[in-house]
Each structure stands twice: as C-alpha cells, then as structure tokens.
Design a protein around this ligand. Structure first.
Ligand SMILES: [Ca+2]
Length: 396
C-alpha cells in the first residue's frame, strides 16, 4: 500500500507539472468502500429449504461504486444450519436459524443477515392413474413383489411429489400394497387395487390385478398328418426324414427341408430366386383345436448343427377346411433364443389364440433359418414340433 501511495504521489506531481492542476488523475487514488447494501431477499432475512443453495454475490452491493477494494468474504454463525463458502455460495443443511456475516475490503466494513432454514416444502400430487385397467401376474409361489410406481404401472405426477399415497386391496389374500406402492402377491385370484392421493380422495384410480398360474394343454399328435410344399423331401443319412418325423415323439426321426440357394439330399435349390422363395408346411390336427403356442425341439446342441435350426416363420395361417387360410401372425422370430446352443428345445412361442384344424407355417427367403444370421448349413431340421394351449387360471 505504501508503494501505491508513493506511485500515486509521483503521478500527482507529473500531472501537476503537465497541466498545472492539483486534481489527481482518475483511477490513481484508492477509494474506500463505505457501505454494504443487501438485496431485500437478504436484508429481510433469507428463508430457504434444506438442500437449497443460494449465490450471495449478486445480492450484495458495495458503495461507493468506484470503491477500489470490494473484496468480499462470508462467514456463517452455524455451519450445521447453513454453510457458506468464502465466495458466497450458501447451502442450507438442516432446519434452524443462523447469521451470515459479509465482510468487504480489509478495513473492517461488514454487515450481516439472518437465515432461516425450513423443511422441504410438500409437493402435492396433481394426477394419478394406472397405465392399464388390469394387469396379470404369474404366481411363482415364492416371495413376489411388484413396484407399481417404479415399474410404470401407476403414473403419479409430479414424480417428485411428497404428498404420498394410500393403497387398498379388495382382497388382501390375493395381494396387498404398501404405502410406497409395492404390491405383494400372496395367492391365485383377482383383486382390485385402489390408489388414492394421501390428502385428496378425489385423486384416485383402480387396477384389477389377476394372479394366475398357467394350465398347460399340449395335444396328442398321434393322429395328426402334415403336408409340405417341398415334396419329395431331401434324403439325408441318419435323419429318417418324413412328413411325420417331427410329429412322432421319436428323437431318431427328423423333419428336414433343403433351403433356398442350397442343395442337399437330392433337392437342388441353388438356382431359385432366394429372397422370394417360399417353403411352407401345414399340419392337420384332424379336429378344431384351441391353440396359442408352438414349440420346437432342435436337432442337437452341437455347434455344427446350429445352422440347421429354425429361427422363425414369415407367417402363420390357420384354416378349418385346409383350403381357405387366414393369417394369424407375421414375422415370428425366436432367433435370440434359438441362437443359444444349449437350448435344444424352444420356449413356448406364443401365437394369437385361435381354434383351427389346419395350421400352416410359411418361410420366405433365408431369414427363418440359422439363428446366427449367417445362413450356414444347407437344410432346416426339426426333431419335434408340439402345439398346445397355455391357459391362465386363478384357481388351483
Ligand atoms: Ca421325431
């Protein structure tokens, strides 16, 4: 500081010599800060909530405006309630009150203001509704819970609401729901869940919950027969290929077809238009049959046989008379599952529930073969194909 005064003195002398005036040049003298004015939000006491932060710098003004040392520093009387960085970033930590001192410059000028920290304000629910009118859950028999809110079954807005909800189950023996919206499945049956905003009974919605088990019916195939657009079928060693080979429950017989663009077992499709070439087979179940799934048994879990697996169907059609067919499903793919070598049997592959006598499986191009997507292998080979009906029931 002494050096600056000394330099200012030189400036005065030089200026005086040049202009013959005793007024120092602007900016050549220190100007002391004289007062601190707090914005109303601080001067009247700052009210904030736990977790809130406030930048104080913009709310503190030092006069005169041309004061040369406006450096500020901040200090809290109780950091546990509200802490403040030397740069003036204040954070509310817990419910309570404290005082913040604001120091300006280095000559003892300061002021202070009070801070009152309150609890986080409640956020009321504005709307709530279940995504669907009903949901089904398969009974596992083990400890089984469903997060209705986190799982997206119940939409509550705003998501950061703090009001809370109440839940009621019309049949707690089937399922109960905690205040947090966790549904606990207890038994087979049907129950209606009512969700209501804690402080507003007009904000309410209902969900019918069905807890089911699968009652499986897989049909006896001994009387069934089959036709195929590829006839005669390729003659492959050790496969005992025939039109009944995948309906006979015999693991030493395998239904095989030669794929478009390939040649095998005396069937040469190397010169066909591969992309549009269709192969289909039709199973005659001999009587109208209620179905909603099929499943396949692949040839083996050997990696060399992977390319012979089916990975999907382009279309599935059904008929009552074997002549007039109605499509029920398109682009059925189970490639993800079939690509796992250990899976020699597919899961139950769902199709729309239907009652029919004939069911036709259509493959176009190459996408239905070889789950690796590499179009490896010359044939598609199915050891067994089963068709059945999985019913959801709510009784033992
Ligand atoms: Ca067989």
């Amino acid at each position: 500081m002494n050096i600056r005064y000394f330099m200012a003195g030189i400036a005065v002398v030089l200026t005086a010599a040049a202009c013959e005036s005793n007024i120092p040049e602007a900016g050549t003298m220190d100007v002391d800060a004289e007062s601190i004015v707090l914005a109303d939000g601080l001067a009247n006491g700052l009210q904030i909530y736990i977790g809130q932060t406030v930048e104080l710098e913009d709310s503190v003004t030092v006069f005169p405006e041309n004061a040369t040392d406006k450096a500020q520093t901040y200090l809290s009387s109780n950091d546990a309630v509200a802490s403040v960085t030397p740069q003036g970033v204040l954070t509310a930590n817990t419910v309570g009150s404290c005082t913040i001192d604001v120091y300006v410059g280095n000559k003892g000028l300061y002021t202070s203001f009070d801070v009152s920290v309150g609890d986080v304000p409640p956020v009321a629910i504005e709307a709530l509704s279940f995504r669907n009118e009903s949901e089904e859950f398969e009974f596992t028999g083990e400890e089984q819970t469903v997060d209705l809110i986190g799982g997206g079954y119940l939409i509550v807005t705003p998501v950061d609401q703090t009001e809370g909800l109440t839940f009621e189950s019309s049949d707690p023996a089937v399922a109960t729901v905690s205040d947090e919206g966790i549904l606990t499945v207890n038994a087979l049956g049907v129950t209606t869940i009512t969700a209501t905003a804690a402080n507003n009974e007009n904000l309410t919605d209902q969900l019918e919950v069905t807890v089911y088990r699968v009652k499986n019916t897989e049909y006896d195939r001994s009387s069934w027969s089959m036709t195929c657009s590829q006839d005669p079928l390729p003659n492959l060693s050790n496969r005992n290929n025939s039109l009944t080979a995948m309906l006979d429950g015999n693991s030493s017989t395998v239904f095989c077809i030669t794929r478009p663009g390939k040649s095998s077992g005396g069937v040469n499709l190397k010169n066909v238009d591969v992309a549009s070439y269709q192969i289909d087979y039709t199973i005659d179940m001999k009587e109208p049959t209620l179905i909603n799934y099929f499943r396949l048994v692949h040839l083996s879990s050997s990696s060399t046989d992977l390319g012979t697996r089916m990975s999907g169907y382009t279309e599935i059609l059904v008929s009552d008379n074997g002549t007039d067919f109605t499509p029920i499903a398109q682009n059925i793919s189970f490639a993800t599952h079939a690509a796992v070598l250990a899976n020699t049997e597919t899961e139950h592959i769902s199709i729309p529930e239907t009652t029919c006598r004939y069911i036709k499986f259509v493959m176009v191009g190459t996408s239905c073969y070889d789950p690796s997507g590499k179009n490896n292998g010359n044939t598609a080979q199915i050891k067994e194909m089963y068709i059945g009906y999985d019913e959801h029931v709510t009784t033992e």
